[in-house]
Design a protein. Structure first.
Length: 345
């Protein structure tokens, strides 16, 4: 099988490549990018904005394309559908993912088209499926993200935050769409893994749309806090006074750059099933990028090694309820804990 990672020279793409090879796979893995850094056999020049550059995909007999770069026009998605290639997208933000998903559903599909969250590659859905296989029972999900300023961020995520920080995004309340903005509406949350009590603020990841669309979960809210309480408060204050609206894009990009080496990222999922509130928590000490990349590798292996029918999927739907989490825990830096009843919320 031949697999092409488009955007493979970026942070996530490089990490996927390295993790995949380290697992001893004999799959032929190729890198697609607008600029070819080294003239090796596995480097392919592809520009997602220029469909004329896609002819090399057929020449290399590609079976699966993993998209790790921004493709707002969905040129790669359309190419994969037209040419019956498997497709895995882990990059799109919420609004672009919804557009791509609706587009795919209007077409005849003769391959596997998989959409994953641009935040941690669909881990939220996987964890929920593991703990509650019948997600129809879940009425409310609250996702609390903890992000370290010593982590490492990729260009795509920095560009997205700089471009969208002042724009409203969808949240879901009893299946009604509520428009909100980043870093507003303070709420206290007791994080797991010794982080403890923090003020959290509204945040957007594609998991809200994915869980509402695929599992009919009516109420979903996502919040975040940073390792610095001051920075968390500052971002909230800037949004509150409208500072982001007048700040130049170049300066907003500098605000969201993280040049660390990878640090703790944590995730609390609080969900309500009937009258009971439960919590699942995940921690990765090597950072968000590596966590996203590792989950993506697991999606790739699932597509390559298991007989999955042609169709359109979200990434949590292609895994067995238990095996995905079992595979996640093979990475020694990851810890997962669950509370049968969440008493801290």
């Amino acid at each position: 099988m031949n697999v092409l990672i488009i955007g493979g020279n970026g942070l996530i793409g490089r990490t996927i490549h390295d993790l995949f090879l380290n697992r001893g796979s004999k799959i032929n893995l190729m890198i697609g990018s607008r600029t070819v850094k080294t003239k090796t056999a596995n480097q392919i020049r592809i520009d997602v904005t220029d469909p004329n550059s896609f002819h090399v995909i057929a020449k290399r007999d590609i079976n699966l394309i993993v998209l790790c770069t921004s493709d707002k026009e969905n040129n790669i998605l359309n190419y994969c559908i037209s040419n019956k290639l498997d497709y895995l997208d882990i990059t799109k933000p919420s609004n672009e993912l919804e557009v791509a998903y609706r587009l795919a559903n209007q077409k005849d599909i003769a391959s596997r088209i998989v959409f994953s969250s641009g935040w941690m590659s669909g881990i939220v859905g996987g964890l929920l499926n593991w703990e509650e296989p019948d997600l129809n029972k879940v009425k409310e999900v609250e996702i609390y993200i903890y992000y370290s300023l010593n982590d490492l961020s990729g260009k795509t995520s920095v560009d997205f935050m700089a471009d969208h920080i002042s724009k409203p995004f969808k949240t879901f309340m009893f299946n009604e769409i509520i428009w909100n903005k980043y870093y507003l509406k303070s709420k206290t949350h007791n994080y797991s893994f010794k982080i403890k009590k923090r003020n959290t603020y509204l945040f957007d990841t594609p998991d809200a749309f994915i869980l509402n669309e695929s599992e009919n979960i009516p109420t979903i809210e996502i919040r975040t806090a940073y390792s610095s309480k001051f920075i968390t408060w500052l971002l909230h204050t800037f949004q509150l006074i409208g500072f982001f609206k007048i700040l130049p894009l170049s300066l907003k990009k500098k605000m969201f750059v993280s040049n660390g080496k990878g640090d703790e990222t944590s995730l609390d999922i609080v969900y309500k099933s009937k009258s009971l509130s439960k919590k699942i928590s995940l921690q990765n000490m090597t950072g968000q990028a590596k966590l996203t990349a590792f989950a993506t590798v697991l999606h790739m292996e699932q597509l390559m090694n298991f007989d999955l029918k042609d169709g359109i999927y979200f990434s949590h739907q292609i895994h067995d309820n238990k095996s995905f989490v079992e595979q996640l825990l093979t990475m020694k830096s990851i810890k997962i804990i669950k509370n049968e009843e969440n008493s801290n919320h």
